[in-house]
Design a protein around this ligand. Sequence first.
Ligand SMILES: Cc1ncc(COP(=O)(O)O)c(C=O)c1O
Length: 425
Amino acid sequence: MSISLSSSALDLSAIRSEFPALAQDFVFLDNAGGSQVLRRVADRVRDYLLTSSVQLGASYIHSQEAGAKVLQARQSVARLINAKHDEEVVMGGATTALMFQLIQAILPQVRPGDEVILTNTDHEANIGAWLRLQAAGAKVHFWNVNPETLELDLDDLQRLLSPRTIWVAMTHASNVLGTVNPVAEVAKRVHAVGGRLCVDAVAYAPHRLVDVQASGADVYVFSFYKVFGPHYAVLWGRRELLLQLSSLNHYFITPQTIPYKLQPGNVNYELSYGCIGISDYLEAVGTSLGAQGDARSRMQYAFDAFERHEDALAEQLLTFLRGKAGVRIIGHNHARDGLRVPTVSFVVRGAASESIVLHTDRFGIGIRFGDFYAKRLIEALGLQAQGGVVRVSIAHYNTHEEIARLITQLDAAIDAAIDTLPSLA
Ligand SMILES: Cc1ncc(COP(=O)(O)O)c(C=O)c1O
């Protein structure tokens, strides 16, 4: 299937036709919760199930072919994230599950007094698992958000780093603030003291082409169900690191057997195979926009076009929110210079965030409110009494018409909700 586009602007009707669910009269703006799935992903999952459901590793032809498909999937993910080796790609059910697996593999090597630095802006998936290292005597420090600027200040990190730092865990982009964090700069600082960096890229990967090597991270994790694919996830780890980690698998699976030693049981073959559809799509978009060169150059071209379009959509929404009395945007209030992804959160003075969302629900618009499992951030900003923030999370397939439809309803909902909760005013 090819997408025919003639200029460097996205042809949204061609883009949207790749996502069958978008044919419905509904505005999907909870994309950071879960994006819509590409038809080509679903087709591959179906194809695998109906043609290749045999166990891998046998000598008969169907087993050999199925093995080749699963390997092709791993190689495709390696290309998507720019891994040097496909054996650095660990697949699993969810980012949260992969984080717990990682911690299990790190735990035996932790010594009392080792230090770990976590942020209070992260989704709990990249916090709670790390706290388990305390059982082995690790000391945990929190790198806290500056409540005025809503930034993670690099000077604060510098004060926390020490020769005892073994790991720093942070998010590439916050799933509430939308802020893109300077992970490569953080990696330099962490490596300078001999530590390692683990990056949660769940909220970043739908909006920028992932480059694990350029990120400087040692471990990099995200979930495909936010990147137009199935409920499935990838953890990339630097080869040398993965080789050092303890095995989570049977005693006869040697510590050199990566990624297998970190994937107890089989990976999900059909979902792995489905993920090839994500790269296929990105390459097709890039090619149709006139990109040349290798697969990653074409994917980069697609993401550059996504970023321009997403910034324009986010700016449309932010312009409304900036001008609306009683609204406080929780994050950068402009979408430019690559500072943020189009995940836009806000609160309304004296209003429960729920009341805004219950209003938009009635008009075929899907947004949501809450802490989004970044509970510590919501608490640090004192927003729990309002039920957290209202979050609008945009994807590249959204349109200006959809944002306009949302704004019309937000306008009414905010007017109705403002100062209705005297205890919050
Ligand atoms: C930033 C971030 N990290 C981690 C997760 C957890 O991902 P999963 O549901 O795959 O465990 C989410 C899910 O919303 C998220 O937004």
